[in-house]
Design a protein around this ligand. Structure first.
Ligand code: ADP
Ligand code: AMP
Length: 216
């Protein structure tokens, strides 16, 4: 049976960082809705144009197109064993749609690690985040700087600050998270899937907490 993990938590808490590590150690696909939108923006698709106009304001992309994009991705052969979802679902309607689509693959959301940190930590992490142009590899100017300034260690491409990581947009994104995504904490708690993880710890420690929570 396929195994699906949803990583839940506010913007900047470290979902992508942990999802990448977990996907490598568990040989599961990593699906990041934000990365998929950024790829669409890079390729100048219609979805990319729509997503950019909303992302730049810190708003969510509408459920219908987001759900369709994830359905396409999760149907790919590399997701047969399951996947780690990062940034999706972000609304109760997306969570309901996910439940339905996984049932088609005879699967379900198995565990939902919920990574937490206070707002000042989120702002510090987002303000220092640098992302690689070619493949979305993530750095932090203070906590995980690249070996050579301005360059991705892995593929050598330029690293840049995302437009929506600028402070004006970050406060809106956190508000949108609290209004539209935070209800998913209860949604998954009621279903007995939620495990809380203290995201204020260093990356390696958070990974340790996550791995032990997933074993239970
Ligand atoms: P999210 O996917 O939740 O938005 P990221 O994984 O992109 O968050 O992390 C946000 C920023 O914080 C990145 O610059 C990343 O390098 C850094 N980061 C992630 N986890 C930690 C941690 N545990 N301690 C310090 N910095 C972290
Ligand atoms: P992220 O890379 O997860 O920080 O997401 C960046 C932006 O992409 C968000 O602020 C939203 O505008 C958009 N986005 C990502 N995932 C979703 C989703 N599941 N639903 C709606 N919008 C999303």
């Amino acid at each position: 049976m396929p195994f699906y993990i949803v990583i839940l938590g506010p913007p900047g808490v470290g979902k992508g960082t942990q999802a990448k590590i977990l996907s490598e150690t568990n040989k599961l696909a990593h699906i990041s809705s934000g990365d998929l939108f950024r790829e669409n923006i890079k390729n100048q698709t219609d979805l990319g144009m729509l997503a950019k106009s909303l992302m730049d304001k810190g708003e969510l992309v509408p459920d219908d197109v987001t759900i369709a994009m994830i359905k396409d991705r999760i149907s790919c052969p590399d997701c047969e064993a399951g996947a780690i979802l990062d940034g999706f679902p972000r609304t109760p309607a997306q969570a309901d749609a996910l439940e339905k689509m996984l049932a088609e693959f005879k699967g379900q959301v198995d565990k939902v690690p919920y990574i937490t940190a206070v707002e000042s930590v989120l702002i510090e992490r987002i303000s220092g985040r640098w992302t690689c142009r070619a493949n979305g590899h993530v750095y932090h100017e203070k906590f995980s700087p690249p070996k050579e300034a301005g360059k991705c260690d892995i593929d050598g491409s330029e690293i840049y600050q995302r437009d929506d990581d600028k402070i004006e947009t970050v406060t809106r994104r956190i508000k949108v998270y609290l209004e539209q995504t935070a209800p998913l904490v209860d949604y998954y708690r009621r279903r007995g899937k939620l495990v809380e993880i203290d995201g204020t710890q260093p990356v390696e420690k958070v990974t340790e907490l996550l791995l032990s929570a997933l074993k239970k």
